[in-house]
Design a protein around this ligand. Structure first.
Ligand code: NAG
Ligand code: NAG
Ligand code: NAG
Ligand code: NAG
Ligand code: NAG
Length: 357
């Protein structure tokens, strides 16, 4: 039996190509909805928006050391999600609609995420694009994709795409900060927002989404802004409990939907548990500062946002938090890595890798 070198190389090359395709899966696009943890610049286009990050020291570790509107020293959840899928970060919807009418840009992914956004229209109303409004924008994108590809091909494109949702932290923040005498219990609070979330997820499903990625809320009371309100700088247990309950309810909702709609699948990340591990065993994850924000002013650098007059730490990769509310690039990279490759109880019933292969 003879086999020359060039045949051998060809076979090896084909095997390598097959492996490469297999690893990356077939994901034409990421459509992403949510708040400042995923905003890649939509709020830059909102005149009246207070939650903005398009000024230094944000972006200090971003390519070109550029403040892009990301609430981070560098990349955020949206960037690492795209990167793990072998895609470019989906551009902000408002950057597309302002520039051109060429709807083919929608085929490679769009980000609707907006700093300050919540499940309820009333959350930071007028300062951001609420989740409902984000879905209204997606309806326009959907219409344009159907017009361009036809119904059958559009459905095929969307069913292979990832629909990522990062929402709930702003309602939790308002709940934790509220001092009203008639304050709801954590369970009542969660029960008051889950029906709205249910309608929103179903609406996205009805507009072609089949692969969902849902990033749960983190241990909210451990963010520097809320720690600074506790005399001993501890994480207030009540807020973290509300976040755990919200995550349980959101994952039940997705589980119910996937039972009802058998062509739908999802990946749920328990961000609370993942980030709590960093806080409780920082050295195991390369962190040395779990309480203070890197950028800000005052107690825990948490009394002022990361504005140009604020100071910032020299080593951003050993801090969990970039500013008083948001994670560093280092944290976002690790969180998404767990979402992509991890397993239950951190990410379930599928990792993002399993969801997309
Ligand atoms: C986009 O289309 C609208 C009408 O559909 C038109 O008014 C507008 O001028 C167009 N913008 C560009 C940049 O072509
Ligand atoms: C629309 O954009 C795509 C690439 O984004 C380009 O290939 C195509 O030629 C454009 N179409 C028009 C009509 O400008
Ligand atoms: C929230 O705003 C959207 C428009 O973006 C509207 O369609 C919806 O009815 C509003 N929801 C509530 C509960 O007011
Ligand atoms: C600080 O947090 C701890 C842990 O939840 C709690 O026991 C304590 O009451 C809090 N103190 C204040 C002033 O909020
Ligand atoms: C920054 O922190 C990381 C993680 O703790 C550490 O590996 C690295 O050596 C630090 N860099 C500098 C310049 O101190």
């Amino acid at each position: 039996m003879t086999c020359n070198m060039s045949t051998y190389c060809t076979v090896i090359t084909i095997i390598l190509l097959l492996c490469k395709n297999n690893v990356q899966g077939i994901v034409p696009a990421v459509y992403i909805f949510g708040d400042s943890l995923a905003d890649v610049g939509n709020n830059n286009y909102l005149q009246l928006s207070l939650p903005k990050a398009n000024f230094p020291h944000n972006g200090i570790d971003y390519p070109g050391h550029e403040a892009t509107g990301r609430f981070s020293n560098g990349k955020n959840f949206a960037d690492f999600l795209a990167q793990n899928l072998g895609l470019q970060t989906s551009p902000p919807y408002l950057s597309l609609s302002y520039k051109s009418n060429n709807s083919s840009v929608y085929l490679t992914g769009v980000s609707f995420a907006s700093g300050g956004a919540g499940i309820l229209n009333s959350t930071n109303s007028g300062e951001c694009i609420s989740f409902d409004q984000q879905i209204d924008y997606y309806l326009t994108v959907y219409g344009s994709i159907v017009q361009q590809l036809g119904t059958v091909q559009a459905q095929d494109h969307l069913s292979k795409s990832v629909f990522a949702i990062v929402i709930g932290s702003n309602e939790l923040l308002h709940y934790v900060k509220s001092n009203s005498a008639s304050k709801e219990t954590p369970q009542q609070f969660v029960d008051s927002i889950i029906p709205t979330l249910q309608g929103q997820l179903k609406r996205i499903y009805n507009l072609g989404a089949r692969r969902f990625v849902f990033m749960g809320t983190g241990p909210i009371s451990c963010c520097p802004a809320l720690r600074a309100q506790n005399k001993t700088n501890e994480c207030n247990a009540g807020g973290n409990y509300a976040s755990v309950l919200y995550n349980q309810a959101a994952s039940s909702l997705l589980n119910e939907m996937s039972t009802q709609f058998t062509d739908m699948s999802y990946s749920f990340l328990d961000t609370s548990t993942v980030v709590m591990q960093y806080i409780q065993q920082p050295s195991a994850y390369g962190f040395t500062e779990v309480k203070s924000a890197c950028c800000g002013l005052g107690d825990l650098n948490a009394k002022v946002a990361c504005v140009p007059i604020a100071t910032y730490c020299s080593n951003r990769s050993n801090h969990i938090f970039w500013d008083f509310y948001h994670q560093t690039e280092a944290t976002a990279r690790m969180v998404v890595s767990t979402a992509f490759d991890g397993s239950a109880p951190l990410v379930y019933p599928l990792s993002i890798k399993q969801l997309t292969s």
